[in-house]
Design a protein around this ligand. Structure first.
Ligand code: PPE
Length: 315
């Protein structure tokens, strides 16, 4: 079981505190009612130093999530600086950055408005989400019996702590039945997303992903995959995806910050294509990781270096 690798410093509302001191009271609103919004951003070790993938887009989604839940959080520029500095202070290169805003210790009851919001930014080294082997050779997934909530229940566009109770049910069901990851259907029985990642299929050379329907998070990686497919001349369709399309897909993969692009080799024990990693999945994965790691030109301006560019003298 992968454990945390602690780092030294955590940012809390403008101050730097040691990792062990970033604690909250058990009566904090978030503990009882899941009132947190958060982000996950990967920082890659590039030849020009550590750089974060699509940082402004993640911060935009963070402030959007805060807006939906009426939480006051620091402005985007402050959060962006905190994300850069947390990597520098902790002397990391490749790592995962987690900004989170929580409703803290205030007053009892569901009403969140009397509990103060606290914002933290932390980071830690985090390898391949479903294992290196999963990244290279693909994972076995299942369609879970648990579904995503209806639109207008728990807003799927907000990346909120409470949403992940659903994610936990999906993940536990998958793992306890011997699968690496779950695929959830939406309330209408159509394919929605994984427990913490979006899903893509390939059929007859066309890349297909569920169209926005209010049941899944609008992944920033999902958006990057659609853009990269365009660059590579791969046709993309955002469409309603019936469950059975999963089984007859030539290829499928998960896409998300943590999971990156992880191929799916079987769903409900039905092998996809020839049971290996399909060619379109591999091309997209190579392009995605190549750009993120600074090995392929970043033509879309997706990388934010954590430090100002070094001079030619290396100072
Ligand atoms: N759907 C869900 C439910 C989700 O949690 C994520 C990210 C995505 C889609 C993909 O979004 P994006 O990262 O913008 O491409 N999940 C984050 C948290 C995972 C975790 O276990 O914690 C992540 O991938 O960082």
């Amino acid at each position: 079981m992968a454990a945390f690798t602690p780092t030294e410093w955590i940012w809390r509302d403008g101050e730097w505190i040691p990792w062990e001191q970033a604690t909250i009271h058990v009566l904090s609103h978030v503990v009882h009612y899941g009132s947190a919004i958060f982000e996950g951003i990967r920082c890659y070790a590039t030849p020009d130093g550590p750089a974060m993938f699509r940082l402004p887009e993640h911060i935009r989604r963070f402030t959007d999530s805060a807006k939906i839940y009426r939480m006051e959080v620091p402005d985007a520029a402050t959060l962006i600086e905190a994300c850069k500095e947390v990597v520098v202070r902790n002397e990391l290169d490749a790592c995962y950055i987690r900004p989170i805003a929580i409703r803290g210790y205030g007053s009892p009851g569901v009403n969140p408005l009397n509990s103060p919001v606290q914002t933290f930014v932390m980071c830690w080294p985090w390898g391949a989400y479903l294992g290196e082997d999963g990244l290279n050779r693909g994972v076995d997934a299942c369609v879970a019996s648990w579904q995503r909530p209806y639109p207008n229940t728990y807003p799927a566009v907000a990346k909120a702590g409470g949403n992940y109770l659903n994610g936990q049910l999906l993940k536990m069901e998958a793992q306890l039945n011997g699968y690496a990851e779950a695929i959830a259907l939406g309330p209408g029985g159509l394919v929605s997303e994984g427990s913490g990642q979006n899903i893509f299929l390939v059929r007859d050379g066309v890349l297909i992903t569920p169209a926005v329907d209010g049941t899944f998070l609008h992944g920033i990686t999902r958006d990057a995959v659609i853009t990269l497919a365009g660059d590579l001349g791969i046709p993309v369709r955002e469409a309603a995806v019936p469950r059975e399309m999963l089984y007859v897909a030539d290829e499928a993969f998960f896409a998300g910050t943590a999971v990156e692009i992880t191929p799916i080799r079987s769903i409900d024990r039905i092998p996809l294509g020839n049971g290996g990693v399909g060619p379109i999945t591999r091309r997209l994965q190579e392009r995605f990781l190549g750009v993120a790691r600074g090995e392929i030109p970043d033509r879309h301006g997706w990388l934010t270096p954590v430090r100002e560019a070094r001079t030619a003298a290396g100072v």
